[in-house]
Design a protein around this ligand. Structure first.
Ligand code: SD4
Length: 344
């Protein structure tokens, strides 16, 4: 259980520290100093969230809708060929096929999702179209692709030469062994050298936004675990697992080993805990603890991180392993990068 008195005290300290100033470059601040910020506000997973937040901020700062902001925001990593875990250039499955998972949810509880989608750069926009143009929530595989093509999306090859090379390298051993805690090195500006592709098994962008009207929306998009079995679906397109929004309470999203998030209906759990009064970080921590408690022996080997945003604009995160970061963008600072707290 969280300590309410301690939380209120640390929030007060945070508010004064956040007034330190504006910056156009990423400022890394410790999580306890992250104060609740006024709306509008957008937060997203990992270091690459900074660039994605900037795109979302363009919508939010102009008074736009959170739903439009999160779609625009996550399109940035989807188009980034250097990002091997989301969209174009994502690492393929075991058979060398890039398959995308994505979902989106708005302030009215509407949601749309695609899983195992091939050949389309912006899976998130197909998910939004499923939400807005069909009576369904989720389309998968060939059906999702057919729907996208019928609705004007362009068919492209998502497998870049770099990702194909990494896959061929992986095929030499074909061992599925996720390596933890290295995700954000991919985006370490100081040392952009990559480790061999087979070590980059996951990184998903989950984004949550609160617009000027006080409405919440969220988006989550990924190429999923690298070298997964063809047909494997992770948590990212599953409403309640990879993403959940309740406009009365808040929103949550996840990254990491999707199977563990699905087993615990992670993002829904985080939002329900916030409904019970948990601040965002404490809600994320409790959701992480549920995973650890069920699998104490396995916990050391897996990474799961949750990120949450409350209706009031409070935010927080918690992960099993160190190395999980999240980006925050609001009026005061558009490029905050916050190291998420972790169990280990
Ligand atoms: C999945 N949760 O497919 C995704 C991968 C991920 O950080 O989030 N990586 O299981």
């Amino acid at each position: 259980m969280f300590d309410r008195r301690k939380f209120i005290k640390s929030s007060a300290i945070s508010a004064s520290l956040l007034a330190i100033g504006k910056s156009s470059i990423a400022n890394i601040i410790p999580a306890p100093l992250a104060a609740p910020a006024a709306k509008p506000l957008v937060i997203s997973t990992w270091d690459f969230g900074i660039a994605a937040n900037h795109a979302a901020w363009g919508v939010l700062s102009a008074g736009g809708r959170a739903l439009d902001a999160v779609e625009k925001g996550v399109q940035v990593p989807e188009s980034d060929v250097k990002n091997q875990s989301v969209g174009l250039g994502g690492l393929p499955d075991r058979d060398g096929i890039v398959t995308l998972d994505a979902c989106i949810m708005d302030e009215e509880g509407n949601c749309g999702s695609v899983a195992g989608l091939e050949h389309i750069e912006h899976a998130i926009s197909v998910a939004r179209m499923v939400m807005e143009k069909t009576p369904h929530v989720m389309l998968v595989g060939d059906g999702a692709l057919q729907f996208a093509l019928e609705n004007g999306f362009k068919k492209i090859n998502l497998l870049t030469p770099e990702s194909e090379k990494a896959w061929k390298e992986w095929l030499k051993t074909a061992k599925y062994a996720p390596v933890m805690n290295i995700e954000n090195k991919l985006y370490d500006k100081a040392s952009p050298t990559r480790l061999p592709g087979n070590q980059y098994n996951h990184d998903t962008i989950g984004m949550l936004a609160l617009d000027a009207k006080g409405n919440l929306s969220g988006a989550c998009t990924t190429s999923g675990m690298a070298y997964k079995l063809h047909g494997r679906v992770g948590d990212s397109p599953i409403i309640g697992a990879g993403l959940y929004i309740d406009n009365e309470i808040g929103g949550a999203t996840s990254t990491g080993v999707g199977e563990e998030v699905i087993r615990n209906v992670g993002s829904f759990l985080v939002v329900e805990l916030m409904r019970q009064g948990y601040p965002p970080e404490e809600a994320c921590k409790e959701a992480v603890m549920r995973i650890i408690k069920k699998k104490p022996a396995k916990a050391k080997e897996i990474q799961v991180g949750f990120l949450a945003l409350s209706k009031k604009g409070q935010y927080g995160a918690y992960a099993i392993q160190k190395g999980f970061s999240y980006a925050v963008c609001n009026e005061e600072n558009q490029s905050l990068l916050i190291p998420g707290k972790s169990y280990y």
